[in-house]
Ligand binder design. Structure first.
Ligand code: HEC
Length: 122
């Protein structure tokens, strides 16, 4: 039984590999997966902002002069870099949503994809 330790490690590695593989397949077939390719303003980005930002950044309540319930307002923050910096809690920027938990990784990735495409009004 000199190699028992190594055998256990190998068996564990094989188990882990097969396990992570099947999880991957499951994830790809899962309708709840986070789709972050070709994200659009109206369908994908706007609902996130509506749920998490409109309460402080609407046309009526433009905290810090930031308006996020119009495309032009969002476009301005996307183009000057503030939008991605505040939701990623980048150093030197106020973390948004203010005083609330960070957006989910999925929502951050959705907004990031849209901004990287030039933040179009689509
Ligand atoms: C509870 C109110 C509140 C919510 C919700 C909120 N904000 Fe803010 N936002 C603020 C306040 C207050 C400031 C000014 C903070 C400061 O300057 O320290 C601010 C500032 C900003 C700025 C300007 C940053 C700068 O440096 O000029 C941006 C951009 C911004 N928020 C985006 C967002 C986004 C995107 C969301 C949603 C994910 C959001 N905010 C949600 C209150 C809020």
């Amino acid at each position: 039984m000199k190699h028992a330790g190594a055998t256990i490690v190998i068996v564990a590695a094989i188990f882990w590999l097969s396990c992570s593989k099947s999880n991957e397949t499951e994830f790809n077939n899962n309708n709840n997966q986070c789709d972050t390719v070709n994200m659009k303003y109206a369908v994908n980005v706007q609902p996130i902002l509506q749920s998490n930002c409109y309460s402080c950044h609407s046309t009526a309540i433009a905290t810090h002069g930031v308006i996020l319930d119009t495309y032009s307002g969002v476009k301005q923050q996307a183009d000057n870099g503030n939008l991605l910096n505040v939701i990623n809690h980048a150093p030197g920027y106020p973390a948004m949503p203010y005083g609330l938990p960070k957006l989910s990784e999925c929502n951050i990735n959705i907004i990031t994809d849209w901004v990287r495409r030039g933040a179009p009004n689509n």
